[in-house]
Write a protein that binds this ligand. Structure first.
Ligand code: AP5
Length: 214
């Protein structure tokens, strides 16, 4: 199965992506996570991406596309994957479609999460992210068992620099301007399914399973 998780910042894509990938035994390819890993390791890619991420702007298409297409050719992605945070622009969507057509591995579903902006802003203000495995927690809605420590891997939790309110508002605007127009692209191809990202994490998880048949 090849799945795209689509939706604004704070919609819960990352939270659900980890669970769904484990359940369906799919490779999880989350572009934001890959960039943050590179920022943490101070690589050339990380330094380039950071200048955009800190402002809530998108990293240039050529950089992201190259990175994702390389990742899709890795062994674990051959029998299925979940893309979280990609594609985010029309050129990214077209590059993905062409690459998957060449490999005879078309997308199965593009799952759109719907949440109001104010819910996203509130969630992101309380988000804590694991430095090692990038899982998301929330001081209010999903606290870790031990404060500051990841339940899954024991990594240290931190607050993302781009989760400040002003940057979040810019990320929401960038989503509306550059990413939301892709919905028409996927609707035309009959790939779009929608779930509500509101409500408890478990309820969202059940809706996603129903939508992808997991
Ligand atoms: P990225 O890391 O992809 O960020 P994003 O898409 O803005 O998404 P978020 O990670 O903010 O939200 P999420 O939907 O995953 O929410 P989460 O599950 O954590 O991208 C970061 C940056 O990298 C971009 O701004 C850009 O610069 C760059 N980038 C990445 N991909 C790119 C691309 N393709 N092209 C160009 N640039 C790119 O949940 C949020 C919080 O809510 C958590 O605290 C969680 O615990 C909580 N929560 C989740 N679900 C629920 C629920 N149902 N109820 C209550 N709380 C919940």
């Amino acid at each position: 199965m090849r799945i795209v998780l689509f939706g604004p910042p704070g919609a819960g894509k990352g939270t659900q992506a980890h669970r769904l990938a484990d359940r369906m035994d799919l490779a999880l390819i989350a572009t934001g996570d890959i960039f943050r890993e590179n920022v943490g390791n101070d690589t050339e890619l990380g330094r380039e991406a950071k200048s955009y991420m800190d402002k809530g702007e998108l990293v240039p298409d050529d950089v992201v596309v190259r990175m994702v297409l390389d990742r899709l050719d890795e062994e674990d992605a051959h029998h299925g994957f979940i893309l979280d945070g990609f594609p985010r622009t029309l050129p990214q969507a077209q590059a993905l479609e062409n690459a998957l057509a060449e490999r005879d591995r078309p997308l199965g579903v593009v799952l759109k999460f719907v949440i109001p902006d104010e819910v996203a802003v509130k969630r992101l203000a309380g988000r804590r992210t694991c430095k090692l495995c990038q899982r998301s927690y929330n001081v209010e809605f999903k606290p870790p068992r031990i404060e500051g420590v990841c339940d899954a891997c024991g990594g240290e939790l931190y607050q993302r620099e781009d989760d400040g309110e002003a940057t979040v508002r810019n990320r929401l605007e960038v989503y509306e301007r550059q990413t939301a127009p892709l919905l028409a692209y996927y609707r035309q191809r009959g790939l779009l399914a929608t779930v509500s990202g509101e409500g408890p994490i478990e309820a969202v998880r059940r809706a996603i399973r129903a939508a992808v048949g997991a």
